[in-house]
Design a protein around this ligand. Sequence first.
Ligand SMILES: [Zn+2]
Length: 157
Amino acid sequence: MVFDKFRQFFGKKSENKNEKIEKECRSKIKKVKASYTISREVLETAIAAARESHPHEFIAMLGESKKRKNHIDELIFLPSISGGVSAIIHMDMLPMGMRVLGTVHSHPSPYPYPSEQDLESFSKRGRVHIIIAYPYTMNSWRAYSSSGEPVTVRVVD
Ligand SMILES: [Zn+2]
């Protein structure tokens, strides 16, 4: 009898825990739902630029299409002070009327994961951020939200 109560208690508790986890997952899915697309040409240009800059970092802004929401159809190259991870973009030099969705930069290492500095810069510079890692191919890049969560960016022709 006591054991049954014990089991009931813990059974109930773990049920609540599962509910909590499920809620968390749902809210994460909601956040991730804002997915993006990028034109293949733009992505290929960024990859080529990353390759050319090696072993230095390359950085550019991602411009949003004027016709399609959340679609990246432009790369905006800006004068930047490239110094390893801390490449600085001069935001005040953005062309007028440009809608910036986020950033793209390269890592001369095989790790397409944001550094602490990246996370700080992501939070200030738009909603979607692409990191292209060495060896700079269609398979060596990842995208993140402004808070550093992985996001889906679909390549479209
Ligand atoms: Zn980085």
